[in-house]
Design a protein around this ligand. Structure first.
Ligand SMILES: *[C@@H]1O[C@H](CO)[C@@H](O)[C@H](O)[C@H]1NC(C)=O
Ligand SMILES: *[C@@H]1O[C@H](CO)[C@@H](O)[C@H](O)[C@H]1NC(C)=O
Length: 296
């Protein structure tokens, strides 16, 4: 009798247990089904075309290594690297090959205007020919069957990029803007936003610029470079006006799309690598062990 009761109780427990199990299973499987649906509904992940001019200097490999290893974490990224040189260097070629990134390697030498140093601080012409060459390449690519739509981001090789900035720029319809840290003599240079629209800028360096925004502070829908085939950078404009130069072709202030939580977050910093000082071998008492065979 006692044993029989126990059996019934056990059966009841078993049934209850199974019911709980089934309910939990149904509950759990709902989000699982949703997860399976998500990739279909967001099949379009815009390509980010990062355009990076670069030139030979002691810290070049260090800077490109740091940047490339950030880019390895970005999905659907195509890196367009343009060397300011008469021919492609082994250093950049090998770095790109070993990165496993999707890349395009170009080169064009800047012809120096009379009496100006090539890459002096604030050189007005720095990167103009290189970025224009990248845009020419991009137009051809976008018209070809391999061309995928997306956004164009002009990336200095020594800036610092948080991964969040790449998520932000995929939302762009036309041109997206956001704050840039440590630039133009400020902690943060940024568009001012009223009711979700850009209403001004808090720049102090040449605030009369049509778009007082750093190169790292915006990205442009790649399609616009097909719509505006004349859009390019210019050697003729004064220092600090390159951003305004390219933006004037493709967008008005009213059309700018404030990203990074209505321009309240910093996801990119205009860091600059300090020029390293190396002791001249001539000044050393004892000759150094030769190290020219080592790439630095
Ligand atoms: C860019 O423009 C095209 C064409 O207007 C549009 O389909 C696309 O959604 C826009 N944004 C991105 C990030 O590609
Ligand atoms: C930006 O501001 C607009 C207008 O105030 C608001 O509707 C929107 O939700 C804000 N966006 C974000 C991401 O905070």
């Amino acid at each position: 009798m006692h044993l029989f009761n126990l059996k019934i109780i056990k059966k009841q427990y078993l049934a209850l247990g199974m019911l709980v199990f089934v309910v939990l299973f149904l509950f759990n499987s709902k989000p699982a089904f949703q997860c399976q649906l998500t990739p279909d509904s967001s099949a379009y992940l815009p390509t980010i075309y990062g355009i990076t001019p670069t030139y030979a200097r002691l810290a070049q490999k260090a800077d490109l290594t740091r940047l490339s290893q950030t880019l390895m974490l970005v999905k659907n990224f195509h890196w367009i690297v343009i060397e300011d040189s008469a021919s492609k260097t082994k250093l950049v070629e090998n770095l790109l090959k070993e990165s496993n990134l999707k890349y395009t390697h170009l080169n064009v030498k800047t012809d120096k205007p009379k009496g100006s140093s090539n890459h002096g601080n604030g050189s007005t012409a720095s990167g103009v020919e290189q970025r224009n060459m990248a845009l020419d390449w991009l137009r051809g690519h976008l018209r070809s069957p391999e061309g995928t739509p997306g956004v164009v981001f002009f990336m200095d090789d020594d800036n610092t990029y948080a991964l969040k900035i790449f998520d932000e720029m995929r939302k762009i319809k036309r041109v997206g803007v956001w704050p840039v840290g440590i630039v133009g003599g400020m902690r943060v240079e940024m568009p001012l936003v009223t009711d979700g629209k850009v209403s001004g800028y808090n720049a102090v360096w040449k605030p009369y610029r049509p778009f007082p925004i750093d190169m790292a502070g915006f990205a442009i829908n790649a399609t616009l470079f097909l719509d505006f085939p004349e859009a390019k950078f210019s050697r003729k404009v004064q220092s600090g006006f390159q951003e305004s130069e390219i933006l004037k072709y493709v967008v008005t202030q009213q059309e700018l799309e404030p990203l990074a939580e209505n321009c309240t977050k910093v996801y990119v910093w205009h860091t600059r690598t300090q020029k390293p000082s190396i002791i001249s071998p001539k000044k050393l008492k004892k000759p150094l062990v030769p190290d020219n065979h080592i790439e630095v």
